[in-house]
Design a binder for this molecule. Structure first.
Ligand code: FE2
Ligand code: FE2
Length: 148
């Protein structure tokens, strides 16, 4: 399986968690509740960014020898990483809610950029066999049996 398809599938889960968190954001009033609500998305996102960098960004960079769309996307990975760390430190519920909103905005923009630009750029730059090999690497990382 092509690694870009695996990562697109993960985006489906991230989109769901983004929508779900947005929906409940006004319902929670304490920092503990807000943090607990944001946790599934934060953890999913950190894992996603890690395997994406390893199984797609690094091979793309190696193949093309250029950063291309990666510069902005990597910057956003770092930004989301920092935002998540702040999220686990904030004590004030208002500030925490604002921080979660800011994170949701960055996530939406980032997913769109990858879906509209990066995955296609990667399919153009990396040959099919290598994309499949990277797909196996993804499956191993995630503990998914591909059955081929
Ligand atoms: Fe990403
Ligand atoms: Fe992604």
């Amino acid at each position: 399986m092509d690694v870009t398809q695996a990562l697109l599938g993960e985006h489906g889960v991230v989109h769901l968690l983004v929508e779900q968190l947005e929906e409940v954001l006004e319902r929670y009033h304490t920092a503990t509740e807000l943090r607990a609500a944001a946790e599934p998305l934060a953890i999913t996102l950190l894992g996603h960014a890690r395997i994406e960098d390893e199984a797609l960004f690094q091979p793309y960079e190696k193949q093309t020898g250029s950063l291309g769309p990666l510069k902005c996307l990597r910057h956003e990975h770092e930004l989301m990483d920092r935002q998540i760390r702040v999220l686990f430190r904030l004590q004030d519920p208002q500030a925490l809610r604002a921080q979660i909103r800011a994170l949701l905005d960055v996530i939406r923009r980032h997913l769109a950029r990858e879906e509209e630009v990066m995955f296609k750029a990667a399919r153009d730059a990396i040959d099919k066999g290598e994309l499949e090999h990277l797909g196996h690497h993804w499956a191993e990382f995630r503990g998914v049996k591909l059955g081929d």
